[in-house]
Design a protein around this ligand. Structure first.
Ligand code: GDP
Ligand code: IMO
Ligand code: MG
Length: 427
């Protein structure tokens, strides 16, 4: 059986948590392959609402094995808190598996994330402040601390002492902050070792074996295509690869085993943090979208920046990820508009660009070229099949599908588990 990847097609918060939950009773494993607790994935089940940051959304599905794979960065304190929070609500978290190769977010990563942002001032990225960037930086420069290091106290001590020596130079001499002490950090992380030990496994081996046995593995991306370190709006990106290419490296599953890539696409666009956003609405229309769509960050509580649908971005996501199916979310949010602007191209210094411009400078100056589609006023939150949507809502979906270059296989008409029209099975 196949491995299926789910990716955010825009700047994150497209509704990935809901999409994963939708297939929770049809898959055997749900795997987070990158990012960390910068993510905020919402799952609504009946009158219960869950916000997941580090744990795969599949943890809420009773028959799924949730996996935190090697590509993820783990803040162990946050992980313990998130597990305790779910356990208190009656969720069985005992099936969780954590890769021994995943890297650990350390207190100095969080400290450096915050001070470097402050230092950048107006040029800041607007990170979530969770230490994600500095942790991946240490991974790449081969100074990272991995989950498995917690089980070898000598190695853990050596790594932390070395790192602290370096980081304290930065914290005190560059950023004028207080130095951190190694000892309490070593003690803290040795404590986590015992708590996490039962969950830790060779997850790449287990996932490949599961595929050999005919099980279905669902790779749940966090963030989105335009936040990808290679393919996003660099430097206003996250420090990992949420795009489908990252799913193989981040989980240890070979790309030939991934047979489907589902892109989660909001019926309009949002973004949190700094960086270019051509269709952003800085007026009352943006405020209207924010209110209608409850566009407030799950992780940091920040207002999300809101704008109209951007077709070149959707096409870009199709291309970069090899998207086979789209899940178009939040169509219900657009109800009540007479006509809906859709960005079909950009204009940069008087020149039309049908695709995302090659350089970031041009993208910063890109002005959206809009086409206007007819809106609808009927409440669609109770619709359960495509035919039940008003004609103009159907036409909106079909037009977006054509522009995006891959079929829309599911449509979200509300946050609830059942508020989904599945045109073709996502799994
Ligand atoms: P994620 O990070 O991609 O998982 O998305 P978030 O959870 O950060 O943000 C998506 C928000 O939209 C959440 O509050 C969801 O409950 C909500 N949501 C998801 N799909 C739909 C939909 O089709 N309609 C509406 N109205 N809300 C949705
Ligand atoms: P989910 O999985 C939206 C953004 C931050 C910032 C940039 C870098 O819920 O879609 P980081 O802390 O990762 O170094 O911040 O990326 N960002 C997200 N925006 N949704 C997310 O996750 C995000 N995770 C990070 O706002 O602009
Ligand atoms: Mg989110």
């Amino acid at each position: 059986m196949p491995a299926i990847t789910l990716v955010g097609a825009q700047w994150g918060d497209e509704g990935k948590g809901k999409a994963t939950d939708l297939v929770g009773d049809r898959v055997d494993y749900v795997v987070r392959y990158q990012g960390g607790n910068n993510a905020g994935h919402t799952v609504v089940i009946g009158d219960q609402k869950y916000a997941l940051h580090l744990l795969p959304s599949g943890i809420l599905s009773p028959n799924v094995v949730p996996v935190i794979a090697n590509g993820v960065v783990i803040d162990p304190g946050v992980l313990m808190e998130e597990l305790a929070g779910l356990q208190a609500r009656g969720v069985d978290t005992s099936r969780l598996l954590i890769s021994a190769n995943a890297h650990l977010i350390m207190p100095y990563h969080r400290a450096l994330d915050k001070v470097s942002e402050r230092f950048l001032g107006k040029g800041r990225i607007g990170t979530t402040g969770r230490g994600i960037g500095p942790t991946y930086a240490d991974k790449v420069s081969r100074q990272g601390v991995r989950v498995q290091d917690m089980f070898d106290p000598k190695i853990l001590r050596k790594k932390i002492e070395l790192a602290i020596h370096d980081k304290n130079q930065l914290l005190t001499k560059v950023y004028n902050r207080r130095a951190l002490e190694a000892e309490p950090i070593i003690e803290e992380y040795l404590g986590y070792a015992e708590q996490l030990r039962p969950y830790v496994a060779d997850t790449a081996l287990l996932l490949n074996k599961a595929l050999d046995e005919g099980k279905t593995v669902y790779l749940e991306g966090s963030q989105g295509t335009l936040l990808d370190i290679d393919h996003g709006t660099y430097p206003f990106v996250t420090s990992s690869s949420p795009t489908s290419g990252g799913a193989a490296a981040g989980s240890g599953i070979g790309p030939t085993r991934i047979t489907k890539v589902v892109g989660i696409l909001k019926a309009y666009t949002t973004r949190v943090g700094s960086g270019p956003f051509p269709t952003e609405l800085l007026d009352e229309q943006g405020e209207w979208l924010r209110k209608q769509g409850h566009e407030y960050g799950v992780t940091t509580g920040r207002d999300r920046r809101c704008g109209w649908f951007d077709a070149p971005i959707a096409r870009y996501a199709t291309r970069i990820n090899g998207i086979t199916d789209f899940f178009l979310t939040k169509l219900d949010v657009l109800t009540g508009l007479d006509r809906i602007p859709v960005c079909v191209a950009y204009e940069v210094d008087g020149v039309r660009h049908d695709e995302i411009p090659m350089t970031q400078t041009d993208f910063h100056h890109a002005k959206p070229v809009y086409e206007y589609l007819d809106g609808w006023s009927e409440d669609i939150t109770g619709a359960r099949s495509f035919d039940e949507l008003p004609g103009n809502a159907q036409a909106y979906v079909r037009t977006l599908e054509e522009m995006a270059g891959a079929p829309v296989s599911a449509i979200g008409v509300g946050p609830g588990r059942d508020q989904t029209l599945e045109l073709r099975s996502l799994v």
